[in-house]
Design a protein around this ligand. Structure first.
Ligand code: SF4
Length: 250
């Protein structure tokens, strides 16, 4: 039986630790098959994947294929599999949920209201996430604090009340320039949309390039106010919450 995890002490220690050290601790504490890494093939996700591949510690890896991704995202996914030979599980929206969502509202309902947008994110992202995380003790994600206001406080390791597992963000204190220095120095594949002004990459109808001086995540759901800009997958990070109700009226 392992000792309980003292999160404040561990987080204080991790603040000055490298991503590799954080990952080493994770794989010493938890068996690799109980750790799951979620990626949407963003720049930081690719950097973290390269660190994992270099260490020879490959957890379960999954992505959520919302059905509305850019072709460039499929290309970098394909290149990742071919270059590194990693198995990437793909989770898609449930067809019945999708029919309920689209019947009567049409495929581009997200532009009409925040509520419709959240409904679409719930069906295409949150519900597949629930299936993907099942049976894991640790959820690893490549979130960074400087990605926007909603991520400013994310801890490196935290207990996730909603999904009842630990969430580890080894790159939480990396800056954008650290990510790109890592990618360039290690010849890591990346989504070609970054070369066309995109700063973060989500679904095609909800992501656009960012203009000089705009925030990193300002290209996501650009028609909404800043505080609404999360899809529901990482909404809990850095906040104290009680177990969240996981269902939602589609
Ligand atoms: S990002 Fe847009 S298309 Fe993708 S799930 Fe959310 S609302 Fe739907």
């Amino acid at each position: 039986m392992n000792d309980p995890i003292d999160l404040p002490t561990l987080n204080a220690r991790f603040e000055t630790a490298s991503a590799t050290e954080i990952l080493q601790w994770t794989f010493q504490r938890f068996p690799a098959e109980r750790v799951v890494f979620s990626t949407s093939f963003g720049a930081e996700g690719m950097a973290l994947m390269h660190i994992l591949v270099s260490m020879g510690h490959i957890p379960r890896i999954f992505t959520i294929d919302t059905g509305r991704n850019f072709q460039e995202t499929y290309e970098v996914w394909n290149e990742t599999v071919q270059r590194w030979g990693v198995a990437i599980e793909s989770y898609s929206p449930d067809p019945e949920d999708l029919s309920k969502l689209l019947d009567g509202k049409g495929p581009n309902l997200f532009y009409e209201s925040v509520e419709n947008r959240k409904r679409c994110c719930h069906v295409r992202k949150v519900r597949p996430l629930l299936r993907a995380l099942k049976g894991s003790d640790v959820w690893m994600a490549a979130l960074r604090r400087d990605q926007g206001e909603s991520r400013r406080e994310i801890p490196i390791i935290d207990w996730n009340e909603t999904h009842q597992l630990y969430k580890v963000c080894p790159l939480a204190n990396w800056l954008e320039e650290n990510v790109w220095t890592y990618i360039r120095s290690n010849d890591v594949p990346y989504n070609q949309l970054y070369d066309r002004g995109f700063m973060t990459i989500g679904c095609a109808p909800c992501t656009r390039p960012v203009r000089p001086g705009e925030g990193l995540r300002s290209g996501r759901w650009w028609w909404e106010k800043e505080e609404a800009k999360e899809c529901g997958i990482h909404i809990e990070d850095g906040k104290v919450v009680r177990k969240r109700k996981l269902d939602f009226q589609i």
